[in-house]
Design a binder for this molecule. Structure first.
Ligand code: T1G
Length: 697
């Protein structure tokens, strides 16, 4: 049952009931259509109210139906809306909490709309790479005006109901109901039951005083801001039609645009990312309603760049933080960094002064472990060396209250070893933030062999509270993201050995859509970080071959922007990466020393070796159980490594290319003696899926 029906006095009340967000799936659409007919056939019914059960009026069309025949099964959303709009009795939408996408379009097909204050009203389809496909681009401009409607449709962002109700001349909401919504809607319905003709949004005028100039400007703006996403420009086209064409003609343009966008790889990628983000929060074997520990205060060990950034996440969420360092000047420096970050936000108008003060008031510092005992969670963010971690965790084990969660921000060390430094390994977990920790959305939640389920779920829930995308990782060297970036970096090095310049590799990667190519990224993060890790690897894994180019660069002290030179040269005070003659000469000499004749390497080979190295390592990580699912790998890369959103992540991209084609390319790479031929053996999971004509998702 996905819509209930009851008659209250002379009013029929139809309640959408398709948890969790009353998605307008086929069963729900059918039930609503039947209920409207029932109300029309009942002479005692004078008007109809449609509302939603639970936490939403409606979150829109049922995205889970996309791509299946159900999405178009009649009554499809357009037909249902036409049925409601054509009803012989007045239909009143009673809107609360969330009214989005097709849910808002359904309400626009009603004759009247009453709404609770605080409801989130949106047409977020553009965030899925599509556009409102059930009349939203034609009715919303008629209801709230062209510019307000276009802003909502192109941004996809929710607007609070009371703000929309204040738009002069708006016809979206007939009444804002402060008290009980249903009671208010029933009273309203009784008031208008006899009113005729029944008002229809589609009959409202829709004009823009300076349409050509406005839509021209709007088109240029979206084309500049969303150059890899086709949907926003089509939104502009459809809203323009609302001001120029007859309603039915505008609807036709919208329908065609919607159908075309639905098939684009960009929309498939965005829909994949939508579900991937939600899937990442689920841990098989641990019930979603597992009781979690309350985190009222957080302690952070280490006030460096990471410690300070981590602290800000909690201060932003209103959670008190105590930060510990070994020396006062380190504490003062750390607090200074936090202040500087907030002051920059205040200066840009992104943070109000009073909020800044509020957050700083939540921060305290100490030089003594003894003062940390009361914290519910402690996060260690000290130097990445196992001996230092040991000292810290032995002290934490001694002072933290029973039940406190002990987390390490380690990015490469063995979390199980760290847990073994304590007598409470079940309370130890990894919280791997990505620098800058107060900005990057990714949080790798590293589950140790002994980490208790409730500890894991507590951190997953806490991560959502501090607006992170949490991805569970098992324990291995580099967890998920850094283990994969290791292969990506090795490929980048080999490409230099074989004849590429750093700028050629970066340009190809950035043309593919990476926020930054591997060498610009190295210069930004600091080439010495990779250098330290490789030195450790040379000892631990002597059989893993790396290009020597990165070491040669570091031996010249060229660590990147922080030393004013790296793979690129830099003008002091500027960040522009300038191709370096010195580095080029270094590479020429290096190839000669290796006896390699440089060859011309095309962008396709560069991109495929970089991206498929992520895919192959990602497949291994999934089949080893380090990652719970392939879409988690995508979430890591989309939120932590600048992978282009419109490609949906490395695993989704491989699905788009076709796994069989990916394996064919890898077979070619495996024949290249200058490459790591063993690495290009397809991971068993990848080989199997490719052979069976399947995909990761
Ligand atoms: N369809 C199906 N499932 C949905 C859904 C939807 N529209 N929205 C959410 N879910 C699922 C979600 O996958 C998760 O499932 C659960 O609900 C809770 O979601 C013609 C075609 C509504 C603001 O884009 O923005 O209408 O993981 O964790 O934080 O023009 O969900 O529990 O199995 O996000 O409270 C347009 C998308 C559709 C809205 C609630 N609508 N959803 O946020 O919960 S296209 C959207 C959201 C359309 C028409 C077109 C949010 C939310 P699970 P959640 P939340």
């Amino acid at each position: 049952m996905s819509a209930s029906y009851e008659v209250r006095g002379a009013i029929a009340v139809i309640t959408l009931n398709n948890p969790p967000v009353n998605g307008l799936g086929y069963e729900t659409r059918k039930a609503v259509a039947a209920a409207v007919e029932k109300a029309e056939d009942d002479a005692a019914v004078k008007a109809i109210v449609i509302t939603g059960a639970g936490k939403a009026f409606s979150g829109g069309a049922d995205i889970k139906e996309f791509g299946s025949p159900l999405a178009l099964a009649e009554p499809n959303l357009l037909s249902l809306i036409a049925r409601v709009e054509g009803a012989s009795k007045p239909v009143v939408a009673a809107i609360h909490t969330v009214c989005m996408g097709g849910g808002l379009e359904l309400s626009l097909g009603c004759h009247y709309r009453v709404v609770s204050p605080g409801a989130a009203i949106a047409l977020p389809e553009v965030k899925l790479g599509i556009l409102p496909g059930a009349g939203g681009t034609q009715r919303l401009p008629r209801a709230i005006g062209v510019e307000a409607a276009l802003n909502m449709i192109v941004s996809g962002e929710p607007v609070k109901s009371e703000l929309l109700a204040q738009i002069p001349g708006q016809k979206l909401f007939d009444r804002v109901i402060e008290g009980d919504l249903i009671e208010g809607a029933l009273a309203f319905a009784n008031e208008i039951a006899a009113a005729r003709p029944l008002p229809m949004v589609r009959d409202l005028k829709c004009k823009h005083p300076d349409g050509d100039a406005y839509f021209g400007f709007a088109r240029n703006t979206v084309n500049a801001m969303a150059k890899n996403f086709p949907a926003p420009a089509r939104c502009v086209d459809c809203v323009e039609q609302a001001t120029k064409a007859r309603f039915e003609d505008g609807l036709k343009v919208e329908r065609e645009a919607f159908a075309a966008l639905m098939l684009t790889p960009e929309s498939k990628a965005l829909r994949h990312a939508f579900f991937a983000e939600r899937a990442a929060a689920k841990v098989p074997g641990i019930p979603e309603d597992t009781a979690t520990r309350e985190i009222r205060s957080v302690a952070i060990i280490g006030a460096g760049t990471m410690g300070g950034g981590i602290a800000m996440n909690f201060l932003n969420a209103g959670t008190p933080v105590v930060m510990l360092e070994m020396k006062q000047e380190a504490l003062d420096k750390g607090v200074g960094i936090i202040r500087k970050n907030y002051e920059a936000q205040v200066k840009k108008g992104k943070l109000k002064e009073d909020k800044y003060a509020e957050r700083m008031a939540l921060l305290s510092t100490t030089l003594s472990y003894a003062e940390l005992g009361g914290a519910d969670l402690v996060i260690e963010a000290v130097f990445e060396e196992i001996g230092v971690k040991r000292q810290v965790f032995e002290q934490l084990d001694a002072v933290m209250k029973p039940g406190a969660i002990l987390a390490s921000n380690t990015s490469t060390l063995d979390l199980d070893k760290i847990a073994a430094f304590t007598k409470r390994p079940q309370d130890v977990i990894g919280m791997h933030f990505f620098s800058p920790a107060n900005v990057m959305r990714l949080l790798e939640v590293v589950r140790g062999a002994k980490t208790a389920p409730d500890v894991l779920m507590t951190v997953m829930k806490l991560g959502k509270k501090i607006k992170k995308t949490c991805v569970v990782s098992g324990v291995c060297d580099g967890f998920i993201g850094n283990r994969m970036i290791e292969q990506y970096s090795r490929q980048a090095g080999y490409l230099l050995d074989e004849g590429c310049t750093p700028q050629q590799v970066d340009k190809a990667a950035e043309k593919f859509g990476f926020a930054m190519g591997p060498f610009r990224m190295g210069d930004l993060a600091g080439n010495d970080i990779g250098w330290a890790i490789r030195k450790r690897r040379y000892v631990e894994k002597p059989d893993v071959r790396y290009s020597k180019t990165a070491d040669l660069l570091c031996e010249l002290g060229r660590f990147g922007q922080k030393t004013g030179a790296g793979w690129y040269d830099y003008v002091p005070g500027k960040r522009d990466a300038i191709p370096s003659e010195l580095v080029n000469d270094m590479l020429v000499k290096h190839r000669a020393d290796l006896g390699i004749t440089p060859r011309k390497i095309g962008d396709d080979e560069i991109v495929h070796r970089l991206v498929y190295s992520l895919v192959n390592e990602g497949a291994r990580i999934v089949e080893e159980g380090i990652a719970l699912r392939a879409s988690d790998i995508d979430m890591v890369y989309l939120t932590g490594y600048g992978f282009p959103l419109w490609r949906g992540g490395p695993m989704n991209y491989a699905d788009t290319v076709g796994l069989w084609n990916v394996v064919q390319a890898m077979k070619k790479f495996a024949k290249n003696p200058a490459d790591d031929q063993a690495f290009w053996q397809p991971a068993p999971l990848l080989a199997r899926l490719a052979a069976e004509g399947k995909s990761f998702s």
